[in-house]
Design a protein around this ligand. Structure first.
Ligand code: PMP
Ligand code: GLN
Length: 382
């Protein structure tokens, strides 16, 4: 294994899901729903396969999907992108993140990112030969946010990209317009490229319109590469269809890299996702309402068990502080949780460079109610 990948090992999600399968534990670790997306979406993929959509689609993605993505950004956020040269389909958001950072970060350049960060960010920054500059999100009024002074201090003359994930995994924070204005200010002032990971764009619980794409702020569209995917929005995390929307110069750069990573993404699933973006918005609204109830169901249970619980504003995840139950850190807690209660969760310290994440553990609530109820019941065994 090359030096720049030393230390990355197996992802914590793969490790924890394997543990849950091996021991029959309840898996509240890896974030994937245990129910399917809309039936017509699934049928569309089957029909696409049976109808012969089985050869390489165009490298940048099926035109119908690029058009559907552009229409979605326009209808929901009043952001206009030309499907011909401002939309690129990728193999999930994961490939989008990889291709974008490999295309835009030179060796030795810095990427500012909020910690805790999604695990692939660190690995790809390293693969690109870049350097990550974490800015820590800390609890403030029941949610996690950043100190603007710390954000400003993280930027140096070598900073090239600011990588922002909102709604944020694993804290569940949905950044407010005021917070985003600070981020936008920093990007404009230092001429940074903003890369936004918006895979949970629909999954906001206290206000359906709470997700504000950074590109909608003044002067930001021209310097933002936005990433999203179908996995969370339509409960098809195994399909791996994602996309970026960005000005042509960025799309060209990312496409140059992407063509040698995977060339293109799976044809039948692209066709099905194009259908869903156009026709299944109501289903997504119902999903949002259902996840909101699950958010409360699990958060209430975690709080009742004595954990300091940060009720998330968005995403699939709730974070807790394990110290009130007498545990030293998250790893110690997840080991006990697995051994005594048969539940798997994620110690979020793996998403930090600093030790600020030591007391936190992430639970996924994108599960059937009976699974959540059983987990909550078992928390009493801790
Ligand atoms: N970004 C974030 C913040 C995520 O939580 C995930 C995983 N769900 C991804 C990217 C990867 O998305 P995809 O499955 O579309 O590759
Ligand atoms: N995004 C999912 C999570 O945060 C995991 C995806 C993966 O396993 N790489 O749980």
């Amino acid at each position: 294994l090359v030096a720049r990948m030393q230390g990355f090992g197996t992802t914590v999600f793969a490790e924890m899901t394997a543990l849950a399968i091996r021991t029959g534990a309840i898996n509240l670790g890896q974030g994937f729903p245990d129910t399917d997306g809309p039936a017509k979406l699934l049928e569309t993929a089957v029909e696409a396969i049976m109808g012969g959509a089985n050869q390489y689609p165009p490298g940048p993605g099926l035109p119908e999907l690029r058009e559907a993505v552009a229409a979605q950004r326009a209808d929901r956020y009043a952001l206009t992108y030309d499907p011909a040269d401002e939309v690129l389909v990728t193999v999930g958001a994961t490939e989008a993140i990889s291709a974008v950072l490999l295309a835009l970060v030179e060796t030795g350049e810095e990427v500012v990112v909020f910690e805790p960060y999604y695990d692939s960010y660190a690995a790809i920054i390293a693969l690109a030969g870049g350097v990550r500059r974490p800015v820590t999100l800390r609890p403030d009024g029941g949610r996690f946010t950043f100190d603007p002074a710390e954000l400003r201090a993280a930027v140096t003359p070598r900073t090239r990209v600011l990588l922002l994930n909102s709604p944020h995994n694993p804290t569940g924070t949905v950044f407010t317009r005021e917070e985003l204005e600070v981020v936008a200010d920093v990007c404009r002032e230092h001429d940074l490229i903003a890369v936004t990971d918006e895979v949970y764009e629909y999954l906001t619980y206290d206000d359906p319109a709470a997700h504000v794409p950074l590109a909608t702020l003044p002067g930001m569209r021209e310097r933002t590469v936005a990433i999203s995917s179908a996995g969370k929005t339509f409960s098809v995390t195994g399909w791996k269809i994602g996309w970026i929307t960005a000005p042509p110069r960025f799309v060209r750069a990312v496409q140059t890299v992407k063509q040698f990573l995977t060339f293109t993404a799976s044809a039948p699933y692209q066709r099905a996702v194009a259908y869903a973006l156009r026709e299944e918005q109501e289903w997504v609204e119902d999903l949002r309402a259902s996840l909101r109830a699950k958010r409360d169901r699990l958060s209430d249970g975690l709080a009742a068990a004595g954990l300091t619980t940060f009720r998330p504003q968005g995403t699939y995840f709730a974070q807790v502080d394990v110290r009130p139950l007498g545990f030293g850190d998250g790893r110690e807690f997840v080991t006990a949780l697995h051994e005594r209660a048969g539940i798997v969760a994620i110690p979020t310290q793996v998403f930090y460079d600093s030790d600020a994440g030591d007391p936190y553990v992430r639970f996924a609530f994108c599960k059937r109610d009976e699974v959540i109820d059983e987990a909550v019941e078992r928390l009493h065994d801790l």
